[in-house]
Design a binder for this molecule. Structure first.
Ligand code: ES4
Ligand code: ZN
Length: 319
């Protein structure tokens, strides 16, 4: 039986399974550069973050209408329910769609159509987190924030994702200041492929409340001490780390060391359609590779509710 848990690091575009990609391609008259799902799956051998991102952005060509985004989110929520997910904070990448001529309103309203029914259908409460693509100019993030204005009531926070190295958090100081002023929560990917210094910068310059990945904090003991002291949550994605070669094998994952150090770590799925598993699959794979006992798994599930942007009554109900 899977433990009840919150999913805090999940890119909705990364839940696009090959079968749904081909169904949407047919529905929208889009031609994919792959003959069938079999051929597409062969493209899923990545050497680093960039090689994954190239495929991730290419497949999004099939997402065109509000209904496409609603279908994508509903398919994720149905699977998440089967993996013990009771609360999901869902990333989306508006610039990956607006760059193709799909309006941000189509994306947000489409996703919201599925999220609105999630509690009643699946028992999963949800929030949306709008991510800025850090390999695009800061001006593009600012334009995106402005375009999101009419939809901000549907968005609870902002995040930062895509190619990390060479795109430090400080590049996005201004848009994060606007987000904070609008009352939005703030998170950022940092320390996935980028250095520990990017984690510190995300905290100090962007004022983030959680770090997505954060794996490379371990290279800086002073930073680890701070993350422990301030109990800054780190949303780890173990299967992603292996598939993108941040670590060699799951047996090398430093999760146990991080827990022992007192870090508030959570386990998440990142881009489950691409990385070989949803959130419970990440729990199970870690358990098998590291020999985690039931108590440790319970701690990880409890951490996910502690780290979530839940209101207190719902948090108490879920913990
Ligand atoms: C991502 Cl694994 C990962 N890292 C950074 N940005 C991303 N966007 C989607 N998946
Ligand atoms: Zn991610």
């Amino acid at each position: 039986m899977s433990l009840p848990k919150a999913e805090l690091h999940l890119h909705i575009e990364g839940t696009l399974e090959p079968e749904l990609a081909f169904a949407l391609a047919a529905r929208n008259g889009v031609t994919l550069p792959f003959a069938d799902t079999e051929e597409l799956r062969h493209a899923y051998s990545f050497s680093d973050l960039q090689s994954f991102l190239d495929l991730y952005y290419a497949l999004m060509a099939v997402l065109r209408t509000e209904q496409d985004f609603a279908d994508l989110a509903d398919a994720y929520l149905a699977r998440a329910a089967g993996q013990g997910v009771r609360h999901a904070e869902i990333f989306f990448d508006p610039q990956a769609h607006t760059a193709r001529g799909v309006e941000i309103g189509t994306v947000v309203e489409g996703l919201s159509r599925a999220l609105e029914r999630s509690e009643e259908r699946y028992g999963i409460s949800t929030q949306l987190i709008m991510c800025f693509l850090r390999d695009e100019p800061a001006a593009s993030a600012l334009e995106t924030f402005e375009a999101a204005g009419p939809h901000l009531h549907r968005i609870s926070g902002v995040g930062l994702d895509s190619a990390e190295v060479g795109n430090p958090p400080a590049k996005f100081r201004e848009v994060y200041e606007l987000a904070a002023a609008a009352g939005l929560r703030r998170v950022a990917h940092a320390g996935e492929e980028g250095p520990a210094e990017y984690i510190r910068e995300a905290l100090d310059v962007l004022g983030v409340e959680r770090i997505d990945h954060g794996l490379r904090c371990l290279e800086d003991q002073e930073l680890v001490a701070r993350l422990v002291r301030e109990q800054v949550p780190l949303t780890l994605c173990p299967l992603s780390n292996v598939r993108l070669r941040c670590i060699d094998t799951l047996a090398d994952h430093p999760l146990r060391r991080m827990l022992d150090a007192g870090l508030l770590v959570t386990v998440n799925s990142d881009d489950p359609a691409y990385f070989g598993g949803y959130v419970e699959d990440n729990f199970t794979a870690l358990r098998d590779a590291l020999g985690l006992d039931r108590e440790t798994l319970r701690t990880l599930a409890a951490n996910s509710f502690k780290a979530a942007f839940l209101d207190e009554p719902r948090r108490r109900a879920l913990l």
